[in-house]
Design a protein around this ligand. Structure first.
Ligand SMILES: Cc1cc2nc3c(=O)[nH]c(=O)nc-3n(C[C@H](O)[C@H](O)[C@H](O)COP(=O)(O)O)c2cc1C
Length: 163
């Protein structure tokens, strides 16, 4: 079974979890990078990124080095932006067919998820969802605990694969 972790991360939280899952599951890893990244300025990024998320922007991505169609199980990770997934994932979902894949969803948030998970699940509704897990800003909160939780979760997902 071939395993892949796909993620987008602006500030490193989702990257931390993605790398943990990749190491634990022995999965390849693919970071989605917009050609034009939004500013990391603490104040402005919420406006720029929030607007893109609300308007359902589909930013152009740098060429992907791995092809998701080569994989059986795909872990997909995103930060929560304006109660939905990051625009880079929207571009990915539009341009890549992952239906019929096993997927496992992970995300990082700042404490206001609202109905985020419904939107994330809707985006992969034709795939088989094996599980989902969220982390509250793991880099500056409970980093060690969250890394351990991500490891345990990745192992559970591997056990849940039905082939
Ligand atoms: C543009 C933008 C919008 C955000 N919107 C939300 C939100 O709606 N709810 C929430 O809980 N956190 C929100 N956050 C906080 C991030 O989800 C959170 O800090 C996350 O851990 C960042 O992940 P990253 O470091 O991988 O980029 C937002 C952050 C940004 C930059």
């Amino acid at each position: 079974m071939k395993k892949l972790v796909i993620f987008y991360s602006l500030d490193g939280n989702t990257r931390l979890i993605a790398e943990t899952i990749s190491e634990t599951a022995g999965a390849d890893i693919l970071e989605l990078k917009p050609v034009k990244e939004i500013t990391r300025n603490n104040f402005l990024k919420y406006f720029a990124g929030g607007k893109d998320a609300i308007l359902k922007a589909e930013p152009e991505l740098l060429p992907l080095e791995l092809n998701s169609s080569d994989y059986d199980l795909i872990f997909i990770g995103t930060p929560v932006w304006a109660w939905t997934y990051a625009p880079a994932l929207r571009t990915f979902f539009k341009n890549n067919d992952i239906k019929d894949k096993r997927v496992a969803l992970f995300y990082c948030h700042g404490g206001g998820e609202r109905n985020f998970i419904e939107k994330f699940e809707e985006a992969v509704k034709d795939s088989k969802i094996l599980g989902k897990i969220g982390f509250k800003d793991p880099v500056r909160n409970e980093k060690e605990k969250d890394v351990a939780r991500a490891r345990e979760w990745a192992v559970e997902i591997l056990k849940a694969v039905d082939f």
